[in-house]
Design a protein around this ligand. Structure first.
Ligand code: NOJ
Length: 557
């Protein structure tokens, strides 16, 4: 294995963990998590095996969109801590081999941002052109509204400005005009600032919206918006070759592929695999992996130094927007039949355990899938212990509840009065009394220990992250079988999507006398027939990762 390369291209086999400081750990008792709290709990992430921490927005904000409405791109919200606290956190993380990235939310600002305040105050403001204005909204102003429960148009009339401004998200998030050279330059400065503070890159919010210049009056005459992403990447690489851009791009595969750039990958370093995620849920609902397999076959290979970001859950609604209406209904009926569990007609505001009826075997199978599929796994805080949601919280906040550390008051998150918490804790079967870090650390069968094991094996199996993946044909329709190969190593993973046990018969290439498979998750060995046939049983919702071992191989299992 080319060890130097695996260190340089660290994102290819990273374990990314996303969290919101506000809901992680509160040290000053105000009900809101803080940077010092996260620093105190950094060893939880280190023990889990996380190699990259993604911080959701921590910038000053009126907090109308959970911090995605920013009033100062260079600041730290004083309720969370200071720049000093952040640098300490980054230092502590680095000391444990964890890189830190943060959300870069530059498609828009808050309407309270001083730039927008100035822009709206006068046509002569130097910031006027930093936003997108029109005297009349275009005829298709209502097309593409992202939050249909609260918005009806992408254009909002501003009394003070005497014009309409573009906002692709909420009306209090006016879009910046990235066609404007000064805006582009300022975004570079923001990136340069945080790199210098020690960040290792960014999760770039809403990338297709960011580079969409359709709102501009002379859109037809603007240069290719992908040039802008290329510029950003080039700037990042000039400043530090070790930083990444992980993009939120929820588009069909061929369109998403374009965001990686040319063959050498000169735009985003990583893109989330939204399509694979949605097809995975459809497959889970059907207890049949066919749809996931089809997605993997269609998924373009990223450029050699780029990578897909794979995930089971994130901080937003579980979007199912790329499924057909019937397919979406299937997933709704299986995993979120009540209207209250659904959001915007396109997604679910639930976490995985509740969707799967808290069936631990099935939940474990899904995470095994996540860590064995090609791509870099991205976890959302609380997934490692199987937290549920609180539907009493508004909208997407249902899945943004406080981290559950202990079975004590507020799940050990804060000593504040429960009414003052940044969000309500989960109640019932998946509340902190039953689901918490402290208990799961000591339980060998817990989800937490399962995910630790998956991470260890994933990190020591370059086949999974660096290798070539082949989907294996066999006769059991409910079992997903794939093989990942890298140099001389080969790992076969089996996942049973159904509640019925199964047996698969596979042809293991390159076999001969004495070839065996070693289950990386249990240590069990099984013989491969001399003709290369492997017969392997697999339990209901079972999973295994089988390393092909030839006589004389020196793998540790
Ligand atoms: C995408 C983020 O994931 C979401 O949480 C946010 O509301 C929108 N972008 C607007 O910034």
């Amino acid at each position: 294995m080319r060890l130097t390369e695996t260190a340089d291209l660290w994102w290819k086999n990273a374990v990314i963990y996303c969290l919101d400081i506000e809901t992680f750990f509160d040290t000053d008792g105000d009900g809101r998590g803080d940077i010092r709290g996260l620093s105190q709990r950094i060893d939880h992430l280190a023990e889990l095996g996380v190699t990259c921490l993604w911080l959701m927005p921590f910038y000053p904000t009126p907090d109308r969109d959970d911090g995605y409405d920013i009033t100062d791109f260079y600041g730290v919200d004083s309720r969370l801590g200071s720049h000093g606290d952040l640098v300490e956190l980054i230092t502590l993380a680095q000391d444990r081999g964890i890189r830190v990235i943060a959300d870069l939310v530059v498609n828009h600002t808050s309407d309270q941002h001083p730039w927008f305040q100035s822009a709206r105050s006068s046509r002569d403001s130097p910031y006027r052109d930093w936003y997108v204005w029109r005297d009349e909204p275009p005829p298709d102003a209502d097309k593409g509204v992202v939050f249909p429960d609260q918005e009806t148009s992408l254009w909002q009339y501003d009394e003070q400005a005497g014009q309409y401004y573009l906002h692709q998200f909420y009306k209090y998030q006016p879009d910046l005009d990235i066609a404007h050279p000064e805006v582009r330059e300022e975004i570079m400065r923001v990136i340069g600032f945080w790199l210098q503070m020690g960040l290792s890159g960014f999760r770039v919010d809403a990338v297709p919206f960011l580079i969409d210049t359709a709102g501009a009056l002379d859109a037809a005459n603007l240069p290719d918006p992908h040039d802008y992403l290329r510029d950003l990447r080039a700037f990042l690489t000039r400043r530090t070759g070790r930083a990444i851009l992980l993009g939120e791009v929820n588009l069909p595969y061929p369109d998403t592929r374009k965001f990686f750039g040319d063959e050498d990958g000169d735009e985003l370093t990583m893109c989330f695999d939204f399509i694979g995620m949605q097809k995975m849920y459809l497959s889970l609902a059907r207890q049949n992996p066919a749809e996931l397999i089809e997605a993997l076959r269609e998924r373009p290979d990223p450029p050699e130094e780029a990578q897909w970001g794979t995930f089971v859950r994130n901080h937003d609604e579980l979007t199912l927007d790329k499924l057909t209406d019937e397919e979406r209904q299937e997933v709704f009926s299986a995993f979120g039949p009540d209207k209250d569990m659904q959001l915007y007609g396109r997604g679910l505001r639930r976490r995985l355990p509740t969707m799967l009826g808290n069936d631990l075997t099935r939940i474990k199978m899904v995470y095994s899938l996540l860590f064995s599929l090609p791509g870099t796994p991205v976890l959302f805080y609380g997934e490692e212990i199987g937290m549920g949601e609180n539907l009493a919280a508004e909208g997407r906040s249902a899945v943004r509840t406080p981290m559950q550390w202990t079975n004590g008051p507020n799940g050990g998150f804060s000593t504040a009065d429960p009414k003052q918490l940044a969000g309500p804790v989960v109640e019932g079967e998946l509340g902190p009394e039953h689901v918490n870090v402290a208990a799961q650390r000591r339980d060998p069968d817990s989800l937490l220990n399962w995910i630790k094991l998956l991470i260890q094996r994933y990190r020591e199996s370059p086949e999974l992250s660096w290798g070539t993946c082949t989907i294996l044909e066999h006769e059991s329709p409910t079992v997903f079988a794939h093989r990942s190969e890298y140099e001389s190593g080969s790992v076969i993973a089996l996942h049973n999507f159904s509640a019925e046990p199964a047996e698969v018969t596979l042809a293991v290439a390159g076999s001969g006398v004495g070839v065996r498979v070693a289950d990386l998750l249990t240590g069990k060995l099984a013989e491969v027939d001399t003709d290369g046939t492997l017969r392997h049983p697999i339990g209901p919702y079972g999973c295994c990762w089988l390393r092909v071992v030839h006589p004389g191989d020196r793998y540790i299992v």
